[in-house]
Design a protein around this ligand. Structure first.
Ligand SMILES: Cc1cc2nc3c(=O)[nH]c(=O)nc-3n(C[C@H](O)[C@H](O)[C@H](O)COP(=O)(O)O)c2cc1C
Length: 206
């Protein structure tokens, strides 16, 4: 069966560096016979978590906006590629708002002790992040945030593509190694031939 791969581009910048890498990763997934879907988060109206805690009783988010429809697509997907620029050492604000709305998933799992799915599924996720600085620490926060988010989303965190020292829009095009890795990791993500790794594999490039 063809894997359904959903790519979420969270950068506010049109055709930014993470967006270019995400599109290559989706092309890689298509080369492995996956069905792909691409979403730009800024096209969705998604507000922050209001901490009303209604989800502790229902497992659902009470805030009415585009979150519910995007969540359905995320739950339907077999594979997820989450692309974010590094903003002040973590994910961008748009990405963080989506992640925080995942509190309803956390409540389902840890408060209501309910599974998101009726049967076991092989779901896997990859993160793409690009930062302008040379700091080796700039991806640490993203790694922790995404580990926690993917746990609530009940999806295995299998790979990271982290690229440093790329700042101006489109500058990533001058880094063929990063483009190549995006394609390769996207293709790898789409297949089920290999067991998912215990810990996410990280490719760090400068
Ligand atoms: C608000 C803001 C905060 C940023 N913070 C960081 C940072 O903490 N570390 C870093 O390396 N780059 C930082 N950058 C640079 C971006 O990560 C970099 O330009 C990246 O290539 C943007 O990716 P995009 O084109 O996909 O949006 C920041 C840029 C902006 C606009």
């Amino acid at each position: 069966m063809k894997a359904k791969v959903l790519g979420i581009s969270t950068s506010p910048r049109v055709q930014g560096n993470t967006d270019v890498l995400l599109r290559r990763a989706l092309a890689g997934a298509e080369s492995a016979a996956a069905r792909t879907e691409y979403v730009r988060l800024v096209d969705y109206t998604i507000g922050p978590c209001t901490e009303c805690n209604a989800c502790n009783a229902t497992g659902r988010c009470n805030v009415r906006d585009d979150y519910q429809s995007l969540l359905e697509r995320m739950l339907d997907a077999d594979r997820l590629i989450f692309a974010t620029p590094v903003f002040f050492m973590t994910v961008c604000a748009q990405a963080k708002m989506l992640i925080d709305r995942g509190q309803c998933l956390w409540a389902q799992k840890y408060v209501l002790k309910k599974d998101l799915f009726c049967s076991e599924r092989d779901r896997r996720a990859m993160v793409i992040a690009v930062g302008g600085s040379r700091s080796k620490k700039q991806f640490e926060c993203i790694r922790l945030t995404m580990t926690s988010y993917f746990d609530s989303l009940q999806i295995r965190y299998v790979s990271n593509l982290f690229v440093s020292k790329v700042d101006a829009r489109g500058e990533i095009e001058e880094h063929p190694a990063a483009i190549e890795q995006a394609y390769r990791l996207g293709s790898q993500l789409a297949t089920s031939d290999t067991e998912p790794p215990e810990k996410p594999i990280t490719i760090e490039l400068t």
